[in-house]
Design a binder for this molecule. Structure first.
Ligand code: ADP
Ligand code: MG
Length: 621
Protein backbone atom coordinates (compact mmCIF):
# COMPACT_ATOMS: atom_id res chain seq x y z
CA UNK A 1 0.00 0.00 0.00
CA UNK A 2 1.38 3.37 -0.91
CA UNK A 3 -1.25 5.59 0.58
CA UNK A 4 -1.40 6.17 4.31
CA UNK A 5 -3.50 8.41 6.48
CA UNK A 6 -1.33 11.13 7.99
CA UNK A 7 -1.06 11.13 11.78
CA UNK A 8 -3.43 13.65 13.34
CA UNK A 9 -0.69 16.02 14.56
CA UNK A 10 0.92 16.18 11.11
CA UNK A 11 -2.38 16.72 9.31
CA UNK A 12 -3.26 19.48 11.78
CA UNK A 13 -0.03 21.34 11.18
CA UNK A 14 -0.43 21.12 7.43
CA UNK A 15 -3.99 22.38 7.60
CA UNK A 16 -2.92 25.21 9.90
CA UNK A 17 -0.50 26.34 7.21
CA UNK A 18 -3.41 27.64 5.15
CA UNK A 19 -4.46 30.08 7.84
CA UNK A 20 -1.31 30.82 9.78
CA UNK A 21 1.67 31.81 7.73
CA UNK A 22 3.48 34.18 10.08
CA UNK A 23 3.02 36.23 13.27
CA UNK A 24 0.89 38.82 11.47
CA UNK A 25 -1.62 36.13 10.47
CA UNK A 26 -1.97 35.07 14.12
CA UNK A 27 -2.64 38.67 15.08
CA UNK A 28 -5.10 39.17 12.26
CA UNK A 29 -7.13 36.12 13.26
CA UNK A 30 -7.08 36.96 16.96
CA UNK A 31 -8.04 40.57 16.39
CA UNK A 32 -10.88 39.51 14.12
CA UNK A 33 -12.14 37.41 17.01
CA UNK A 34 -11.83 40.37 19.37
CA UNK A 35 -13.73 42.62 16.99
CA UNK A 36 -16.40 39.95 16.49
CA UNK A 37 -16.69 39.86 20.29
CA UNK A 38 -17.49 43.57 20.28
CA UNK A 39 -14.20 44.79 21.76
CA UNK A 40 -13.69 48.56 21.88
CA UNK A 41 -10.10 48.22 22.96
CA UNK A 42 -7.46 45.71 21.91
CA UNK A 43 -3.80 45.43 22.83
CA UNK A 44 -1.24 43.24 21.14
CA UNK A 45 2.16 42.43 22.62
CA UNK A 46 5.05 40.68 20.87
CA UNK A 47 8.18 39.14 22.25
CA UNK A 48 11.00 38.23 19.91
CA UNK A 49 9.18 39.30 16.75
CA UNK A 50 6.18 37.13 17.66
CA UNK A 51 8.22 33.93 17.83
CA UNK A 52 8.56 34.15 21.60
CA UNK A 53 5.08 35.37 22.48
CA UNK A 54 2.05 36.84 20.79
CA UNK A 55 -0.51 38.14 23.24
CA UNK A 56 -3.84 39.71 22.40
CA UNK A 57 -5.99 41.35 25.07
CA UNK A 58 -9.51 42.56 24.43
CA UNK A 59 -12.47 43.96 26.35
CA UNK A 60 -15.04 42.04 24.32
CA UNK A 61 -17.88 39.82 25.46
CA UNK A 62 -15.58 37.03 26.61
CA UNK A 63 -16.26 33.32 26.79
CA UNK A 64 -17.95 31.17 29.40
CA UNK A 65 -16.36 28.06 30.91
CA UNK A 66 -18.05 25.62 28.54
CA UNK A 67 -17.16 27.60 25.44
CA UNK A 68 -13.47 27.84 26.24
CA UNK A 69 -12.75 24.22 25.53
CA UNK A 70 -14.89 24.22 22.42
CA UNK A 71 -13.31 27.34 20.96
CA UNK A 72 -10.06 25.52 20.23
CA UNK A 73 -11.75 22.64 18.38
CA UNK A 74 -11.66 22.59 14.62
CA UNK A 75 -14.91 23.74 12.99
CA UNK A 76 -16.24 25.05 16.29
CA UNK A 77 -17.80 28.48 15.97
CA UNK A 78 -20.49 30.61 17.56
CA UNK A 79 -20.95 32.59 14.37
CA UNK A 80 -22.82 30.33 12.01
CA UNK A 81 -25.01 27.27 12.56
CA UNK A 82 -25.76 26.18 9.01
CA UNK A 83 -24.47 26.77 5.51
CA UNK A 84 -27.31 29.19 4.79
CA UNK A 85 -26.03 31.49 7.50
CA UNK A 86 -23.19 32.50 5.18
CA UNK A 87 -25.82 34.40 3.21
CA UNK A 88 -26.39 36.74 6.13
CA UNK A 89 -22.90 36.78 7.60
CA UNK A 90 -22.08 39.89 9.59
CA UNK A 91 -19.03 38.65 11.46
CA UNK A 92 -15.42 38.51 10.33
CA UNK A 93 -14.97 34.88 11.36
CA UNK A 94 -17.13 31.86 10.53
CA UNK A 95 -14.80 28.98 9.65
CA UNK A 96 -13.99 27.95 13.22
CA UNK A 97 -10.40 27.36 12.19
CA UNK A 98 -8.30 30.13 13.66
CA UNK A 99 -7.86 28.98 17.24
CA UNK A 100 -7.27 25.31 16.34
CA UNK A 101 -4.77 26.36 13.67
CA UNK A 102 -2.87 28.56 16.10
CA UNK A 103 -3.00 25.75 18.63
CA UNK A 104 -1.45 23.36 16.10
CA UNK A 105 1.61 25.54 15.53
CA UNK A 106 2.19 27.11 18.94
CA UNK A 107 1.57 26.70 22.63
CA UNK A 108 -1.83 28.34 23.02
CA UNK A 109 -3.67 29.54 26.10
CA UNK A 110 -6.95 31.41 26.54
CA UNK A 111 -8.11 33.32 29.56
CA UNK A 112 -11.55 34.87 29.55
CA UNK A 113 -14.37 36.30 31.58
CA UNK A 114 -17.81 36.22 30.06
CA UNK A 115 -19.80 39.44 30.10
CA UNK A 116 -22.59 37.70 32.03
CA UNK A 117 -20.37 36.17 34.65
CA UNK A 118 -18.12 37.17 37.51
CA UNK A 119 -15.94 34.10 37.13
CA UNK A 120 -12.84 33.78 35.03
CA UNK A 121 -11.51 30.63 33.38
CA UNK A 122 -8.36 29.68 31.64
CA UNK A 123 -7.84 27.05 28.97
CA UNK A 124 -4.33 25.70 28.84
CA UNK A 125 -2.81 22.40 27.69
CA UNK A 126 -6.25 20.95 27.02
CA UNK A 127 -7.76 21.80 30.41
CA UNK A 128 -10.09 24.49 31.71
CA UNK A 129 -9.44 25.88 35.20
CA UNK A 130 -10.70 28.82 37.25
CA UNK A 131 -8.33 31.78 37.08
CA UNK A 132 -8.01 35.39 38.16
CA UNK A 133 -8.91 38.04 35.67
CA UNK A 134 -6.52 40.87 36.34
CA UNK A 135 -8.79 43.63 34.93
CA UNK A 136 -6.95 44.15 31.72
CA UNK A 137 -7.85 47.19 29.65
CA UNK A 138 -9.92 48.47 32.56
CA UNK A 139 -12.79 46.15 31.70
CA UNK A 140 -14.81 43.66 33.75
CA UNK A 141 -14.97 41.21 30.88
CA UNK A 142 -12.78 40.24 27.99
CA UNK A 143 -10.28 37.75 26.71
CA UNK A 144 -6.55 37.23 26.71
CA UNK A 145 -5.04 34.92 24.14
CA UNK A 146 -1.40 33.93 24.28
CA UNK A 147 0.54 31.98 21.68
CA UNK A 148 4.09 30.99 22.65
CA UNK A 149 6.84 29.49 20.55
CA UNK A 150 5.16 29.97 17.20
CA UNK A 151 6.41 27.40 14.63
CA UNK A 152 9.00 26.02 17.05
CA UNK A 153 7.70 22.56 16.05
CA UNK A 154 7.41 23.48 12.35
CA UNK A 155 10.95 24.23 11.13
CA UNK A 156 9.82 24.50 7.51
CA UNK A 157 7.71 27.53 8.43
CA UNK A 158 10.13 29.03 10.89
CA UNK A 159 12.75 29.14 8.16
CA UNK A 160 10.59 31.42 6.05
CA UNK A 161 10.08 34.08 8.69
CA UNK A 162 11.85 37.36 8.14
CA UNK A 163 13.74 39.44 10.68
CA UNK A 164 11.91 40.42 13.87
CA UNK A 165 11.70 43.98 12.61
CA UNK A 166 9.99 42.96 9.36
CA UNK A 167 7.57 40.62 11.12
CA UNK A 168 6.65 43.43 13.50
CA UNK A 169 6.19 45.87 10.66
CA UNK A 170 4.01 43.44 8.69
CA UNK A 171 1.92 43.00 11.82
CA UNK A 172 1.66 46.72 12.27
CA UNK A 173 0.48 47.04 8.68
CA UNK A 174 -2.25 44.47 9.20
CA UNK A 175 -3.32 46.11 12.42
CA UNK A 176 -3.55 49.45 10.69
CA UNK A 177 -5.81 48.02 8.05
CA UNK A 178 -8.05 46.46 10.70
CA UNK A 179 -7.94 49.71 12.64
CA UNK A 180 -9.28 51.55 9.61
CA UNK A 181 -12.27 49.22 9.55
CA UNK A 182 -13.03 49.98 13.22
CA UNK A 183 -12.14 53.57 14.08
CA UNK A 184 -14.28 53.38 17.21
CA UNK A 185 -11.95 50.74 18.65
CA UNK A 186 -8.59 51.47 20.26
CA UNK A 187 -5.60 49.48 19.00
CA UNK A 188 -2.12 49.14 20.39
CA UNK A 189 0.95 47.10 19.56
CA UNK A 190 4.07 46.74 21.65
CA UNK A 191 7.15 44.76 20.71
CA UNK A 192 9.61 43.75 23.42
CA UNK A 193 8.13 46.52 25.53
CA UNK A 194 8.41 49.19 22.86
CA UNK A 195 5.24 50.97 21.65
CA UNK A 196 4.85 50.41 17.92
CA UNK A 197 1.27 51.53 17.42
CA UNK A 198 -1.15 53.34 19.64
CA UNK A 199 -4.56 54.42 18.42
CA UNK A 200 -7.31 55.64 20.68
CA UNK A 201 -10.98 55.31 19.69
CA UNK A 202 -11.69 58.09 17.20
CA UNK A 203 -13.78 59.24 14.25
CA UNK A 204 -13.24 57.80 10.78
CA UNK A 205 -11.56 61.00 9.59
CA UNK A 206 -9.22 61.09 12.56
CA UNK A 207 -8.32 57.45 12.08
CA UNK A 208 -7.57 58.00 8.39
CA UNK A 209 -5.40 60.96 9.25
CA UNK A 210 -3.59 59.03 11.95
CA UNK A 211 -2.86 56.02 9.76
CA UNK A 212 -2.62 57.20 6.17
CA UNK A 213 -1.22 60.64 6.86
CA UNK A 214 0.58 60.18 10.14
CA UNK A 215 -1.15 63.29 11.36
CA UNK A 216 -0.43 65.52 8.37
CA UNK A 217 -3.15 67.95 7.59
CA UNK A 218 -4.89 67.32 4.29
CA UNK A 219 -8.57 67.77 3.62
CA UNK A 220 -10.54 64.55 3.57
CA UNK A 221 -13.45 64.53 1.15
CA UNK A 222 -16.27 62.05 1.47
CA UNK A 223 -18.84 60.73 -0.93
CA UNK A 224 -21.69 58.28 -0.39
CA UNK A 225 -23.22 56.41 -3.26
CA UNK A 226 -25.87 53.79 -3.93
CA UNK A 227 -27.80 54.01 -0.68
CA UNK A 228 -31.04 53.06 -2.37
CA UNK A 229 -29.50 49.96 -3.94
CA UNK A 230 -28.45 46.71 -2.35
CA UNK A 231 -25.11 48.28 -1.53
CA UNK A 232 -23.74 51.44 -0.03
CA UNK A 233 -20.40 52.89 -0.98
CA UNK A 234 -18.63 55.39 1.18
CA UNK A 235 -15.44 56.92 -0.07
CA UNK A 236 -13.01 59.01 1.98
CA UNK A 237 -10.41 60.61 -0.21
CA UNK A 238 -7.36 62.45 1.04
CA UNK A 239 -7.41 65.33 -1.38
CA UNK A 240 -4.07 66.51 -2.63
CA UNK A 241 -2.07 63.56 -1.36
CA UNK A 242 -0.37 61.07 -3.60
CA UNK A 243 1.58 57.94 -2.82
CA UNK A 244 4.04 55.99 -4.95
CA UNK A 245 2.24 52.69 -4.35
CA UNK A 246 -1.31 51.46 -3.96
CA UNK A 247 -0.71 50.76 -0.28
CA UNK A 248 -2.77 53.74 0.80
CA UNK A 249 -5.79 52.62 -1.15
CA UNK A 250 -7.73 50.85 1.56
CA UNK A 251 -10.67 48.64 0.75
CA UNK A 252 -13.24 47.64 3.33
CA UNK A 253 -16.01 45.31 2.28
CA UNK A 254 -18.64 44.59 4.93
CA UNK A 255 -16.16 45.55 7.61
CA UNK A 256 -13.42 43.33 6.18
CA UNK A 257 -10.09 44.74 5.03
CA UNK A 258 -9.42 43.36 1.57
CA UNK A 259 -7.20 43.67 -1.44
CA UNK A 260 -9.52 42.98 -4.28
CA UNK A 261 -8.40 43.57 -7.85
CA UNK A 262 -11.81 44.46 -9.15
CA UNK A 263 -12.31 47.09 -6.47
CA UNK A 264 -8.81 48.43 -7.07
CA UNK A 265 -9.35 48.74 -10.82
CA UNK A 266 -12.66 50.49 -10.37
CA UNK A 267 -10.99 53.08 -8.14
CA UNK A 268 -7.97 53.56 -10.35
CA UNK A 269 -10.05 53.97 -13.46
CA UNK A 270 -11.67 57.00 -11.86
CA UNK A 271 -8.61 58.48 -10.13
CA UNK A 272 -6.16 58.16 -12.98
CA UNK A 273 -7.60 61.38 -14.36
CA UNK A 274 -6.00 63.23 -11.49
CA UNK A 275 -2.67 61.57 -11.23
CA UNK A 276 0.51 61.07 -13.14
CA UNK A 277 1.41 57.51 -14.04
CA UNK A 278 2.96 55.85 -11.02
CA UNK A 279 1.06 57.99 -8.53
CA UNK A 280 -1.77 56.65 -6.45
CA UNK A 281 -4.36 58.26 -4.24
CA UNK A 282 -4.77 57.81 -0.52
CA UNK A 283 -8.32 56.77 0.21
CA UNK A 284 -10.60 54.48 2.14
CA UNK A 285 -13.41 52.79 0.31
CA UNK A 286 -16.10 51.15 2.42
CA UNK A 287 -18.54 48.96 0.61
CA UNK A 288 -21.52 47.59 2.49
CA UNK A 289 -23.32 45.01 0.49
CA UNK A 290 -26.06 42.50 1.18
CA UNK A 291 -24.10 39.47 2.45
CA UNK A 292 -26.04 37.25 0.08
CA UNK A 293 -24.36 39.04 -2.84
CA UNK A 294 -20.92 38.32 -1.50
CA UNK A 295 -18.92 35.12 -1.21
CA UNK A 296 -16.26 35.48 1.47
CA UNK A 297 -15.53 31.79 1.58
CA UNK A 298 -13.09 31.90 -1.31
CA UNK A 299 -9.81 31.96 0.55
CA UNK A 300 -8.78 30.47 3.92
CA UNK A 301 -7.58 33.83 5.20
CA UNK A 302 -10.65 35.57 3.79
CA UNK A 303 -8.63 38.30 2.10
CA UNK A 304 -10.34 37.75 -1.21
CA UNK A 305 -14.03 37.82 -1.95
CA UNK A 306 -16.30 37.22 -4.87
CA UNK A 307 -19.16 39.47 -5.82
CA UNK A 308 -22.31 37.99 -7.26
CA UNK A 309 -22.74 41.02 -9.47
CA UNK A 310 -19.29 42.10 -10.43
CA UNK A 311 -20.34 44.62 -12.96
CA UNK A 312 -22.72 46.40 -10.63
CA UNK A 313 -20.06 46.72 -7.95
CA UNK A 314 -17.44 47.92 -10.42
CA UNK A 315 -19.76 50.54 -11.88
CA UNK A 316 -20.91 51.66 -8.44
CA UNK A 317 -17.41 52.24 -7.12
CA UNK A 318 -16.33 53.99 -10.28
CA UNK A 319 -19.38 56.21 -10.19
CA UNK A 320 -18.88 57.15 -6.54
CA UNK A 321 -15.26 58.09 -7.22
CA UNK A 322 -16.13 60.06 -10.34
CA UNK A 323 -18.79 62.03 -8.50
CA UNK A 324 -16.39 62.89 -5.76
CA UNK A 325 -13.77 64.05 -8.23
CA UNK A 326 -16.30 66.06 -10.18
CA UNK A 327 -17.69 67.64 -7.04
CA UNK A 328 -14.35 68.66 -5.61
CA UNK A 329 -12.68 69.35 -8.90
CA UNK A 330 -9.05 68.61 -9.43
CA UNK A 331 -7.71 72.03 -8.78
CA UNK A 332 -4.35 73.07 -10.05
CA UNK A 333 -4.67 75.76 -7.50
CA UNK A 334 -1.96 77.39 -5.51
CA UNK A 335 -3.20 78.47 -2.12
CA UNK A 336 -1.44 81.56 -0.83
CA UNK A 337 0.35 79.82 1.98
CA UNK A 338 1.62 77.11 -0.30
CA UNK A 339 3.21 79.07 -3.05
CA UNK A 340 6.99 79.06 -2.88
CA UNK A 341 9.04 82.08 -3.73
CA UNK A 342 9.83 82.46 -7.42
CA UNK A 343 13.45 81.57 -6.91
CA UNK A 344 12.43 78.19 -5.62
CA UNK A 345 10.03 77.06 -8.24
CA UNK A 346 11.19 74.77 -10.96
CA UNK A 347 8.26 73.66 -12.97
CA UNK A 348 8.03 70.00 -13.80
CA UNK A 349 11.29 69.11 -12.12
CA UNK A 350 11.89 65.50 -11.18
CA UNK A 351 9.47 63.92 -8.78
CA UNK A 352 12.02 62.22 -6.69
CA UNK A 353 9.97 62.59 -3.60
CA UNK A 354 6.57 61.45 -4.72
CA UNK A 355 5.41 60.19 -1.37
CA UNK A 356 5.92 63.57 0.23
CA UNK A 357 4.05 66.10 -1.75
CA UNK A 358 5.36 69.57 -2.04
CA UNK A 359 2.80 70.98 0.32
CA UNK A 360 4.33 69.25 3.26
CA UNK A 361 7.62 71.00 3.19
CA UNK A 362 6.43 74.20 1.67
CA UNK A 363 3.71 74.72 4.21
CA UNK A 364 6.04 74.56 7.12
CA UNK A 365 8.38 76.81 5.21
CA UNK A 366 5.72 79.40 4.86
CA UNK A 367 4.32 79.25 8.30
CA UNK A 368 7.90 79.77 9.29
CA UNK A 369 7.99 82.79 7.02
CA UNK A 370 4.72 84.11 8.32
CA UNK A 371 6.10 84.27 11.81
CA UNK A 372 8.01 87.28 10.71
CA UNK A 373 11.20 85.98 9.21
CA UNK A 374 10.00 86.14 5.63
CA UNK A 375 12.85 87.51 3.68
CA UNK A 376 12.38 87.76 -0.02
CA UNK A 377 15.25 86.35 -2.00
CA UNK A 378 17.08 85.06 1.01
CA UNK A 379 17.04 81.33 0.49
CA UNK A 380 18.18 80.67 3.99
CA UNK A 381 14.90 81.66 5.53
CA UNK A 382 13.11 78.87 3.73
CA UNK A 383 15.47 76.05 4.19
CA UNK A 384 14.07 74.73 7.43
CA UNK A 385 10.85 73.42 6.00
CA UNK A 386 11.63 73.37 2.35
CA UNK A 387 14.85 71.47 2.70
CA UNK A 388 13.15 68.25 3.75
CA UNK A 389 10.82 68.41 0.84
CA UNK A 390 13.45 68.64 -1.81
CA UNK A 391 16.37 66.41 -2.34
CA UNK A 392 18.11 67.95 -5.32
CA UNK A 393 19.83 71.31 -5.59
CA UNK A 394 18.18 74.45 -4.38
CA UNK A 395 14.94 74.38 -6.23
CA UNK A 396 11.56 73.22 -5.06
CA UNK A 397 9.93 70.87 -7.47
CA UNK A 398 6.39 71.45 -8.50
CA UNK A 399 3.92 69.32 -6.52
CA UNK A 400 4.22 65.64 -7.23
CA UNK A 401 0.49 65.81 -7.45
CA UNK A 402 -0.99 68.68 -9.34
CA UNK A 403 -3.71 68.66 -6.74
CA UNK A 404 -2.89 70.89 -3.83
CA UNK A 405 -4.67 70.83 -0.52
CA UNK A 406 -6.93 73.51 0.81
CA UNK A 407 -7.82 74.75 -2.59
CA UNK A 408 -10.85 73.53 -4.38
CA UNK A 409 -12.66 74.59 -7.41
CA UNK A 410 -16.26 73.59 -7.76
CA UNK A 411 -17.87 72.71 -11.08
CA UNK A 412 -19.98 75.85 -10.78
CA UNK A 413 -16.83 77.91 -10.81
CA UNK A 414 -15.82 76.20 -14.04
CA UNK A 415 -18.91 77.18 -15.89
CA UNK A 416 -18.68 80.78 -14.87
CA UNK A 417 -15.07 81.04 -15.91
CA UNK A 418 -15.97 83.26 -18.79
CA UNK A 419 -18.08 85.60 -16.76
CA UNK A 420 -17.53 89.35 -16.99
CA UNK A 421 -14.92 89.02 -14.28
CA UNK A 422 -12.41 87.10 -16.45
CA UNK A 423 -9.97 89.32 -18.24
CA UNK A 424 -7.46 87.97 -20.73
CA UNK A 425 -4.05 89.41 -19.86
CA UNK A 426 -2.04 87.90 -22.67
CA UNK A 427 0.39 85.13 -23.38
CA UNK A 428 3.58 84.61 -21.42
CA UNK A 429 6.69 83.05 -23.00
CA UNK A 430 4.48 82.05 -25.95
CA UNK A 431 3.32 79.20 -23.75
CA UNK A 432 1.13 80.33 -20.87
CA UNK A 433 -2.21 82.04 -21.20
CA UNK A 434 -2.94 84.47 -18.41
CA UNK A 435 -6.29 85.52 -17.08
CA UNK A 436 -7.13 87.81 -14.25
CA UNK A 437 -10.16 86.57 -12.47
CA UNK A 438 -11.76 87.27 -9.09
CA UNK A 439 -8.56 88.49 -7.49
CA UNK A 440 -6.41 85.73 -8.90
CA UNK A 441 -4.02 85.15 -11.76
CA UNK A 442 -4.95 82.04 -13.73
CA UNK A 443 -2.13 80.55 -15.75
CA UNK A 444 -3.05 78.02 -18.40
CA UNK A 445 -0.51 75.87 -20.20
CA UNK A 446 -1.63 76.13 -23.82
CA UNK A 447 -0.15 72.84 -24.92
CA UNK A 448 -1.46 70.82 -21.97
CA UNK A 449 -4.87 72.43 -22.40
CA UNK A 450 -5.02 71.65 -26.08
CA UNK A 451 -3.98 68.06 -25.48
CA UNK A 452 -6.83 67.65 -23.04
CA UNK A 453 -9.28 69.08 -25.55
CA UNK A 454 -8.07 66.85 -28.38
CA UNK A 455 -8.10 63.84 -26.13
CA UNK A 456 -11.67 64.31 -24.98
CA UNK A 457 -12.92 65.01 -28.48
CA UNK A 458 -11.30 61.92 -29.89
CA UNK A 459 -12.51 59.84 -27.02
CA UNK A 460 -16.10 60.97 -27.38
CA UNK A 461 -15.96 60.40 -31.09
CA UNK A 462 -14.49 56.93 -30.81
CA UNK A 463 -16.62 55.74 -27.96
CA UNK A 464 -19.89 57.06 -29.29
CA UNK A 465 -19.43 55.81 -32.78
CA UNK A 466 -22.33 57.90 -33.97
CA UNK A 467 -20.15 60.98 -33.65
CA UNK A 468 -17.26 59.47 -35.51
CA UNK A 469 -16.71 61.36 -38.68
CA UNK A 470 -16.30 59.16 -41.73
CA UNK A 471 -12.94 57.49 -41.74
CA UNK A 472 -10.27 59.36 -43.52
CA UNK A 473 -9.10 57.30 -46.49
CA UNK A 474 -5.41 57.57 -47.01
CA UNK A 475 -4.09 58.40 -50.42
CA UNK A 476 -1.06 56.29 -49.83
CA UNK A 477 -1.66 53.44 -47.40
CA UNK A 478 0.75 53.61 -44.50
CA UNK A 479 2.80 50.49 -43.84
CA UNK A 480 3.97 49.73 -40.33
CA UNK A 481 6.54 47.03 -39.60
CA UNK A 482 6.53 44.98 -36.44
CA UNK A 483 8.68 42.22 -34.97
CA UNK A 484 7.78 39.00 -36.71
CA UNK A 485 7.24 37.11 -33.43
CA UNK A 486 4.43 39.51 -32.51
CA UNK A 487 2.35 38.57 -35.50
CA UNK A 488 -0.07 36.21 -33.80
CA UNK A 489 -0.44 38.59 -30.86
CA UNK A 490 -1.27 41.39 -33.22
CA UNK A 491 -3.64 39.28 -35.24
CA UNK A 492 -5.68 38.61 -32.13
CA UNK A 493 -5.87 42.27 -31.25
CA UNK A 494 -6.50 43.76 -34.64
CA UNK A 495 -10.22 43.79 -33.99
CA UNK A 496 -9.68 46.43 -31.30
CA UNK A 497 -8.19 48.83 -33.80
CA UNK A 498 -11.13 48.20 -36.06
CA UNK A 499 -13.52 49.04 -33.23
CA UNK A 500 -11.74 52.34 -32.71
CA UNK A 501 -12.22 53.27 -36.34
CA UNK A 502 -8.96 52.17 -37.94
CA UNK A 503 -8.86 50.01 -41.01
CA UNK A 504 -5.68 47.97 -40.87
CA UNK A 505 -4.76 44.62 -42.39
CA UNK A 506 -1.86 42.26 -41.98
CA UNK A 507 0.17 42.68 -45.09
CA UNK A 508 3.09 40.33 -44.87
CA UNK A 509 4.72 38.39 -42.05
CA UNK A 510 5.97 41.50 -40.41
CA UNK A 511 3.89 44.41 -41.58
CA UNK A 512 0.52 45.96 -41.30
CA UNK A 513 -1.11 48.27 -43.79
CA UNK A 514 -3.34 51.10 -42.67
CA UNK A 515 -5.90 52.10 -45.30
CA UNK A 516 -7.98 54.50 -43.27
CA UNK A 517 -7.90 56.15 -39.86
CA UNK A 518 -10.47 58.10 -37.84
CA UNK A 519 -10.73 61.66 -39.08
CA UNK A 520 -10.26 63.06 -35.57
CA UNK A 521 -6.90 61.32 -35.32
CA UNK A 522 -5.27 64.05 -37.37
CA UNK A 523 -2.67 63.63 -40.08
CA UNK A 524 0.49 65.09 -38.57
CA UNK A 525 3.47 62.76 -38.06
CA UNK A 526 1.35 59.83 -39.11
CA UNK A 527 4.16 57.31 -39.66
CA UNK A 528 5.77 57.43 -36.21
CA UNK A 529 2.41 57.71 -34.46
CA UNK A 530 0.99 54.66 -36.19
CA UNK A 531 4.16 52.77 -35.41
CA UNK A 532 3.90 53.49 -31.72
CA UNK A 533 0.20 52.74 -31.83
CA UNK A 534 1.05 49.27 -33.11
CA UNK A 535 3.75 48.84 -30.49
CA UNK A 536 1.29 49.76 -27.79
CA UNK A 537 -1.27 47.40 -29.17
CA UNK A 538 1.24 44.55 -29.09
CA UNK A 539 2.20 45.27 -25.51
CA UNK A 540 -1.39 45.82 -24.42
CA UNK A 541 -1.97 43.13 -21.85
CA UNK A 542 -4.63 44.11 -19.41
CA UNK A 543 -7.80 44.14 -21.32
CA UNK A 544 -10.64 43.75 -18.89
CA UNK A 545 -12.44 40.53 -19.55
CA UNK A 546 -15.21 38.43 -18.15
CA UNK A 547 -18.37 39.55 -16.53
CA UNK A 548 -16.97 42.84 -15.30
CA UNK A 549 -16.24 44.17 -18.74
CA UNK A 550 -18.96 45.72 -20.82
CA UNK A 551 -18.15 46.54 -24.41
CA UNK A 552 -18.03 50.20 -23.55
CA UNK A 553 -15.59 49.69 -20.71
CA UNK A 554 -13.36 47.52 -22.89
CA UNK A 555 -13.33 50.18 -25.57
CA UNK A 556 -12.55 52.80 -22.98
CA UNK A 557 -9.75 50.71 -21.51
CA UNK A 558 -8.21 50.16 -24.93
CA UNK A 559 -8.56 53.78 -25.76
CA UNK A 560 -6.83 54.80 -22.55
CA UNK A 561 -3.92 52.51 -23.33
CA UNK A 562 -3.55 53.93 -26.79
CA UNK A 563 -4.40 57.45 -25.79
CA UNK A 564 -1.02 59.04 -25.74
CA UNK A 565 -0.88 58.58 -29.48
CA UNK A 566 -4.27 60.16 -29.73
CA UNK A 567 -3.57 63.59 -28.47
CA UNK A 568 -1.09 65.03 -30.77
CA UNK A 569 -1.80 68.60 -30.13
CA UNK A 570 -1.49 71.09 -32.90
CA UNK A 571 -0.74 73.82 -30.38
CA UNK A 572 2.76 73.56 -28.97
CA UNK A 573 4.51 75.37 -26.20
CA UNK A 574 6.29 78.29 -27.84
CA UNK A 575 3.62 78.98 -30.46
CA UNK A 576 2.42 82.56 -30.41
CA UNK A 577 -1.39 82.61 -30.19
CA UNK A 578 -3.87 85.32 -31.04
CA UNK A 579 -6.19 86.46 -28.23
CA UNK A 580 -9.10 84.84 -30.10
CA UNK A 581 -7.35 81.46 -30.30
CA UNK A 582 -6.32 81.73 -26.65
CA UNK A 583 -9.87 82.41 -25.61
CA UNK A 584 -11.31 79.59 -27.63
CA UNK A 585 -8.79 77.13 -26.20
CA UNK A 586 -9.69 78.16 -22.67
CA UNK A 587 -13.41 77.98 -23.40
CA UNK A 588 -13.02 74.48 -24.81
CA UNK A 589 -10.84 73.42 -21.94
CA UNK A 590 -13.48 74.32 -19.40
CA UNK A 591 -16.09 72.46 -21.38
CA UNK A 592 -14.07 69.27 -20.92
CA UNK A 593 -15.09 66.57 -18.52
CA UNK A 594 -11.69 66.70 -16.80
CA UNK A 595 -10.21 70.11 -17.48
CA UNK A 596 -7.53 69.96 -14.80
CA UNK A 597 -4.93 67.70 -16.33
CA UNK A 598 -3.60 66.86 -19.71
CA UNK A 599 -4.07 63.17 -20.56
CA UNK A 600 -0.61 62.43 -19.21
CA UNK A 601 -1.54 63.91 -15.87
CA UNK A 602 0.29 67.21 -16.00
CA UNK A 603 -1.66 70.21 -14.73
CA UNK A 604 -3.37 72.50 -17.21
CA UNK A 605 -4.13 75.38 -14.85
CA UNK A 606 -2.37 77.05 -11.95
CA UNK A 607 -3.99 79.79 -9.89
CA UNK A 608 -2.01 82.43 -8.08
CA UNK A 609 -3.97 84.53 -5.62
CA UNK A 610 -3.42 88.25 -5.40
CA UNK A 611 -2.32 87.82 -1.80
CA UNK A 612 0.72 86.00 -3.06
CA UNK A 613 1.81 89.01 -5.09
CA UNK A 614 1.33 91.18 -2.04
CA UNK A 615 3.53 88.84 -0.10
CA UNK A 616 6.23 88.97 -2.79
CA UNK A 617 6.28 92.75 -2.78
CA UNK A 618 6.11 92.96 0.98
CA UNK A 619 2.81 94.75 0.93
CA UNK A 620 1.45 92.34 3.46
CA UNK A 621 3.72 90.62 5.88
P1 ADP B 1 -14.43 31.68 14.15
O1 ADP B 1 -13.94 33.05 14.46
O2 ADP B 1 -14.37 31.38 12.70
O3 ADP B 1 -15.73 31.37 14.76
P2 ADP B 1 -12.20 30.84 15.79
O4 ADP B 1 -11.44 29.58 15.85
O5 ADP B 1 -11.45 32.06 15.43
O6 ADP B 1 -13.39 30.61 14.79
O7 ADP B 1 -12.91 31.06 17.18
C1 ADP B 1 -13.81 30.08 17.67
C2 ADP B 1 -14.83 30.68 18.58
O8 ADP B 1 -14.25 31.11 19.79
C3 ADP B 1 -15.54 31.91 18.03
O9 ADP B 1 -16.65 31.55 17.24
C4 ADP B 1 -15.95 32.64 19.32
O10 ADP B 1 -17.19 32.19 19.78
C5 ADP B 1 -14.89 32.25 20.31
N1 ADP B 1 -13.86 33.29 20.49
C6 ADP B 1 -12.63 33.31 19.95
N2 ADP B 1 -11.94 34.41 20.32
C7 ADP B 1 -12.76 35.13 21.13
C8 ADP B 1 -12.64 36.37 21.84
N3 ADP B 1 -11.52 37.11 21.77
N4 ADP B 1 -13.70 36.79 22.57
C9 ADP B 1 -14.83 36.06 22.63
N5 ADP B 1 -15.00 34.88 21.99
C10 ADP B 1 -13.99 34.40 21.25
MG1 MG C 1 -12.00 33.73 14.14
Amino acid sequence: MRIQLLPENVAEKIAAGEVIERPSSVVKELLENSLDAGATDVAVAFEDGGKGLIEVLDNGRGMAEADLALAVQRHATSKIRALDDLEKLRTLGFRGEALPSIRAVSELSLLSRDIESTRTFEWKSGEVRPATFGHFLGSKHGTRVQARGLFSQVPARLKFLKSNASEVSMTREWMERLALTHPETGFSLTSDGRKILSLRPQSADERIRAILLEGEDYPIQAQTFGESDSFRIRLHWVQGYTAPTTKKMIQIVNGRALRDRLVQQALLSAFKQLLLPGQFPALVLSLDIDPSELDVNVHPTKTEVRFLENRKVFAGIQEAAKRLIEREGAPMVVAPKLFPSPSQISWGAPQDNASRPFAHGAESAFSHGAEGSFNYGAEGSFTRGAADARSDSDSLYFPSSPVLPNAFLTPQAQHSFFGPDSIYRGQLFNTYLMYERAGELWIIDQHAAHERIRYEKLKTALLKRSELSPAQEMLLPEIVHFPIESRSELERKLAYLERLGFNAELFSDDSLVFRSIPAQWGASRLGPRLKSLVERLISLSEIPSGASASTASVDEAIFEKLASEACHSAVRAGDPLSPETSKSIVAELFACEHPWNCPHGRPTVVRVPKGKFEEWFLRRV
